[in-house]
Design a protein around this ligand. Structure first.
Ligand code: ADP
Ligand code: MG
Length: 199
């Protein structure tokens, strides 16, 4: 083969952006893999309303978490609140190792794997965009802005018969995404200023 290594091919890169909203509370709790949900309307931003349902990979810019909104009228039942730490200020407890002027070091760019689809496993009635950032965060970041550059398609959605096989596939997706993004023509997209613009 001649020429430089191939980068993303049309329709990629696709770009979209949106606030992290509350999903169904299932990513972490049932699967052990948190997914930041963003509204489907974000899809129109990139002109990619027609994208096929499935699993994609790329880079995500994550903005700072805005000040907490007033508590929602009805808390989801069965949710376990984070443990209170009376001796420490909450912010210091959330990110003790950070030396920033505040405890929230974002904006930053992370590798990500995401699903666009109808979540057949859960028999969803609406389309959803769910993004798993390949990074371990000390706290949730609802309300923060996500800016996504999608660089490739991993697989279509499957209708899972068991949760274990779903989890197994997501683990594989994460490995595939990590390896793909390590390649230089894909890595360069993680350095684009667009990912952190306005964050
Ligand atoms: P929900 O159903 O509300 O989306 P999840 O169980 O899927 O709940 O958890 C997602 C939330 O977890 C995100 O909105 C985000 O605030 C937080 N989170 C923590 N770590 C990650 C991560 N590595 N990737 C995505 N979201 C994460
Ligand atoms: Mg989620």
């Amino acid at each position: 083969m001649v020429g430089p290594p191939a980068g993303p091919e049309p329709p990629f890169p696709l770009r979209l952006t949106g606030p992290v909203i509350a999903g169904f509370g299932r990513g972490s709790k049932e699967l052990g893999i948190p997914t930041a949900n963003i509204p489907v309307s974000g899809l129109s931003v990139g002109g990619c309303e027609d994208v096929e349902s499935g699993v994609y990979y790329g880079w995500a810019g994550l903005g700072r978490t805005p000040p907490p909104p007033p508590p929602p009228p009805e808390e989801r039942e069965g949710e376990i609140p984070p443990p209170a730490e009376p001796d420490k200020p909450a912010a210091a407890a959330a990110a003790p190792e950070e030396e920033e002027e505040d405890s929230d070091p974002r904006p930053a760019v992370y590798p990500m794997v995401m699903s666009i689809g109808w979540n057949p496993y859960y028999k969803n009635s609406v389309r959803s965009i769910e993004v798993h950032l390949l990074h371990s965060f000390p706290a949730t970041f609802y309300g923060a802005t996500l800016r996504l550059t999608i660089l490739g398609f991993i697989r279509p959605e499957y209708d899972y018969v068991s949760k274990d096989s779903l989890i197994e596939d997501i683990r594989t997706d994460i490995d595939v995404a990590r390896r793909c993004l390590e390649r230089e023509p894909y890595g360069v997209f993680g350095k684009e200023p667009w990912l952190v613009e306005g964050l």
